[in-house]
Ligand binder design. Structure first.
Ligand SMILES: Nc1nc2c(ncn2[C@@H]2O[C@H](COP(=O)(O)OP(=O)(O)OP(=O)(O)O)[C@@H](O)[C@H]2O)c(=O)[nH]1
Ligand SMILES: [Mg+2]
Length: 293
């Protein structure tokens, strides 16, 4: 039996979370077209007769002096050294800039073995593929390279083959049917956050957080009650999330409900969503600390 922890790393929007969801055949990590969607180290677990791979989906590696970004950056880099294998994703649609250079030179330095993925193969041009290959050949020579589409599930089996080749022998760390180690509250809050950021992405990309106030099971009616707050940074952003006559909040609820329901099979669901502004509610740093815990 093999068992390995695998850190997925790459620039924002490279498709890390999409790949993790495809591998786990389950929504374990939320995705969006806006960069820096993933904010925590999210775990997804894949098990078959070869053994178990425990993936950590990291926040996209992004160069910035801002405290928040620095902490996302640290989370990403730390997980590289702590894992058995690194899965390095390249967004073939964007040429390697300074960020990619910093990232690749860090990956080249560490001892952890690396599997490289040229992602978005479904929309790649020949010139882009050649550039990505040349880049990897120059900075990470000799490492296995797989061309894949995380979105269309192409090349993903090859990625798993390469990962299992590098995985050490070991017993399963999680039950064979586990696909994530995230707690219930966190999963529900992420589902709601995904619907919210995908809806208002133009206006307030990263000013949205979600907090679950409570989850209750009413046995008489076989209903799960979830009460959650969508938290925006400023009072003025509340209206954008709520929408005209509550239209946006209704869309968020409609989008989130089926996914939350799939977590509680055979139960009814009542989802109560409210929007709050953080500036009126509590101190900035407290909220950010909890989110980046
Ligand atoms: N065409 C195509 N689009 C993809 C593919 N993989 C991901 N995407 C899209 O790229 C965007 C970003 O995907 P994510 O999975 O959220 O990217 P990420 O690397 O997790 O991004 P951060 O969490 O922000 O670092 C989304 O719009 C995805 O649908 C792919 O293989 N092909
Ligand atoms: Mg992500």
């Amino acid at each position: 039996m093999k068992c390995a922890t695998v850190a997925i790393i790459g620039r924002p929007s490279a498709g890390k979370s999409t790949l993790l969801n495809t591998i786990c055949e389950m929504k374990v990590s939320i995705t969006a077209s806006t960069p820096q969607t993933t904010r925590n180290a999210i775990r997804g677990i894949y098990t078959d007769n070869r053994g178990q791979l425990i993936f950590t989906d990291t926040p996209g590696f992004h160069l910035s002096e801002k405290t928040l970004n620095k902490r996302l950056q640290d989370t990403a880099l730390r997980s590289l050294e702590e894992s058995d294998v690194v899965l390095y994703l390249i967004d073939s649609k964007r040429s390697a800039g300074e960020e990619e250079m910093v990232l690749v030179s860090h990956i080249a330095k560490i001892k952890t073995p690396v599997v490289c993925v040229i992602n978005k193969a479904d929309i790649i041009r020949d010139t882009e593929e050649a550039a990505a290959k040349a880049f990897l050949e120059e900075f990470l020579p000799g490492r296995p390279v797989v061309k894949a589409s995380a979105k269309l599930d192409e090349g993903v089996d090859e990625i798993l083959i390469e990962l299992f080749k590098l995985a050490p022998e070991g017993e399963l760390l999680y039950p064979a049917d586990a696909y994530t180690d995230q707690n219930l509250e966190f999963r529900i809050s992420e589902i709601i956050r995904e619907k919210a950021i995908n809806l208002v992405t133009e206006e307030i990309p990263h000013a949205i957080y979600v907090e679950i106030a409570d989850i209750e099971h009413d046995e008489k009616t076989n209903t799960i009650w979830v009460r959650a707050f969508i938290i925006v940074e400023r009072e003025t952003q509340k209206g954008i999330v709520v929408g005209k006559g509550g239209a946006n909040i209704a869309k968020i609820r409609k989008g989130a409900e089926p996914e939350i329901r799939s977590i509680f099979p055979n139960k009814k669901l009542r989802l109560d969503l409210r929007v709050k502004a953080q500036d009126k509610w509590r101190n900035n740093s407290v909220v950010l600390d909890r989110i980046l815990r």
